[in-house]
Write a protein that binds this ligand. Structure first.
Ligand SMILES: [Zn+2]
Length: 227
């Protein structure tokens, strides 16, 4: 559903037709939401959906859902909802696992890229880790850590004083998440799909964020052709 925003109270809200007034303050001329407003609206909503399901998930699932949300940007929800429905929720465990492996490959690639960039900036990751009270890692050059690498540092681990590494990604038991997901994890995926299924498709151009998702779909088309 398209999003609109109120120039007076800055409320962002979905509406099928062009709304005549802001539902919050009654201002007469809501305007289409900007890309930033669009992303903020959905990121906040999806994060709270994840929060509400997280207590019932396994630690692996909680880390994995962070990766899924990171790779599936709100702007590309048109593709995300397709992938969630046909390649995860309604797919066989084998096909679901295949999709997950594609996501893991892509995320690992991004983390490696961030690490190279960090080294080029002259910073070195340490093996041990201290955190500030708000949970931020106490490491030199934290501002130079890329988004994918920062996400890795937000993972739950069994030893909070050991810095996370690629092992924290490869050790996520995707076979189990694909074949025997917890009820809370599955609920999270359905709620996610419900929240984004009406997000309009990006207009006419290929967003760079959509490329990894399109690659995942393409792979499957090729395997069907190969049969
Ligand atoms: Zn308003």
């Amino acid at each position: 559903m398209p999003l609109y925003t109120c120039p007076r109270c800055h409320n962002t809200f979905p509406s099928t037709d062009k709304p005549s007034a802001c539902p919050e303050c009654g201002h007469q001329w809501p305007i289409p939401a900007s890309e930033v407003e669009f992303n903020t609206y959905y990121s906040t909503r999806l994060a709270s959906i994840r929060e509400s399901c997280a207590p019932g998930m396994t630690m692996d699932e909680r880390n994995w859902t962070r990766i899924l949300l990171f790779l599936n940007k709100p702007m590309v929800s048109f593709y995300t909802s397709h992938l969630l429905r046909h390649y995860v929720l309604e797919a066989t465990p084998e096909m679901c696992l295949d999709t997950y492996r594609g996501f893991r490959w892509e995320y690992t690639r991004m983390v490696k890229q961030d690490r190279i960039a960090l080294q080029l900036e002259g910073f070195k990751e340490s093996r041990l880790l201290m955190r500030r009270e708000d949970g931020t890692p106490l490491v030199k050059g934290w501002d130079h850590y890329g988004a994918a690498l920062r996400l890795l540092y937000s993972f739950e681990t069994t030893d909070p004083h050991k810095a996370p590494n690629l092992g924290n990604i490869t050790r996520i038991d995707l076979e189990r998440i694909a074949a025997q997901p917890s009820a809370a994890y599955t609920q999270f995926l359905w709620n996610w799909l419900e929240a984004v299924k009406d997000v309009p498709s990006p207009m006419g151009f290929l967003l760079s964020e959509a490329k990894p998702l399109l690659k995942l779909m393409k792979k499957d088309e090729n395997s069907i052709k190969g049969l």
